[in-house]
Write a protein that binds this ligand. Structure first.
Ligand SMILES: [Zn+2]
Length: 244
C-alpha cells in the first residue's frame, strides 16, 4: 500500500481520537457541575437552614447596632431633659424619650427573637450535619474522580498531539495541506473507507475503475462526490497482518 496513504489513515485515526478526548475533556466541568447540583438537591433543607442562619446572624448584628444607637440617643435625651428652659421643650424631650424607650423595647424583643431563631437553626443544622458530612465526602470522592480523569485525559491528549505532530512531519507538505483542508470542509473526516463499492462517508457508489484502484491502494484517489481521500480497509488489514 502507498505509504503516504497509510500515514494519512493513521493521521485520521489520531485526529479522531484527539477529537474524542477533547470532547471528553470539555465534558468534565459539566459532570462536576451536575454532581454539585445533585448534592445541592440532596442537601437543600440543610443549605436552606444554613442560609437562614446566616441571615439571622446578620440581622442580629444589625439589631444590636440599632439598639446601641437607640440607647445612646436615650442617654442624650435624658441629659437634654436637665437643660430644658420651658414646659414646651420639656414635653418635647419627654416625647422623644418615650418614643426611644418604645423603640429600644421593640429592638430588644427582635434581638431575642433572632437569638431564639439562631439557637433553633444551629440545633437543627447540628442534627443534620453528620449525614451531610458523609454525603459530602461521597460527592467529594466523585469530584476527585472527575479531576483525576481530567488529568489522565490531558496526558493522553498531550501524547496523541505529539504523535500526530511527529507523523504529520513525515507527510509530504502538499498532501498534508489537502488533508487539513478536507478536515476543515468535511467535519474532521478527510478520508473515507470504500466498502462494497461505495464511499462510506457520502454513500455514493464509486466508479468500478476507481474501486479497483482503491483496492490496490497504490495511489491517492478521491471520492467524486465528497472529495474525501478513499481507502480500502481490506488492503490496510492485509498489510498490517503481513507486517506483524
Ligand atoms: Zn464520498
Amino acid at each position: 500500500m502507498n505509504s503516504e496513504l497509510q500515514k494519512l489513515i493513521a493521521l485520521q485515526e489520531l485526529d479522531i481520537k484527539i477529537k474524542e478526548i477533547k470532547k471528553e475533556i470539555d465534558d468534565i466541568p459539566k459532570q462536576k457541575a451536575a454532581i454539585e447540583t445533585e448534592f445541592n438537591t440532596f442537601a437543600a433543607d440543610y443549605l436552606d437552614k444554613k442560609n437562614r442562619l446566616d441571615t439571622a446572624k446578620r440581622e442580629h448584628r444589625q439589631l444590636e447596632l440599632d439598639l446601641q444607637a437607640a440607647e445612646s440617643a436615650l442617654e442624650k435625651y435624658k441629659q437634654d431633659l436637665m437643660q430644658v428652659r420651658n414646659e414646651r421643650e420639656y414635653s418635647t424631650v419627654l416625647r422623644e424619650i418615650d418614643a426611644t424607650k418604645k423603640k429600644i423595647n421593640s429592638l430588644e424583643t427582635e434581638v431575642l427573637q433572632r437569638l431564639d431563631l439562631i439557637e433553633q437553626l444551629e440545633k437543627e443544622i447540628q442534627a443534620l450535619t453528620p449525614e451531610i458530612k458523609v454525603k459530602r465526602r461521597e460527592f467529594d470522592v466523585r469530584i476527585e474522580a472527575c479531576t483525576a480523569k481530567l488529568e489522565t485525559l490531558n496526558a493522553e491528549l498531550e501524547k496523541l498531539t505529539r504523535e500526530r505532530e511527529n507523523l504529520a512531519n513525515t507527510i509530504a507538505a502538499d498532501l498534508l495541506s489537502i488533508y487539513n483542508r478536507l478536515v476543515q470542509l468535511r467535519d474532521g473526516m478527510a478520508l473515507a473507507e470504500v466498502r462494497d463499492g461505495s464511499c462510506t462517508a457520502c454513500f455514493m457508489t464509486v466508479r468500478p475503475q476507481v474501486y479497483a484502484d482503491v483496492r490496490k491502494g497504490e495511489q491517492i484517489l478521491t471520492c467524486d462526490n465528497c472529495s474525501r481521500i478513499l481507502y480500502y480497509r481490506g488492503t490496510v488489514e492485509a498489510e498490517s497482518k503481513s507486517a506483524s
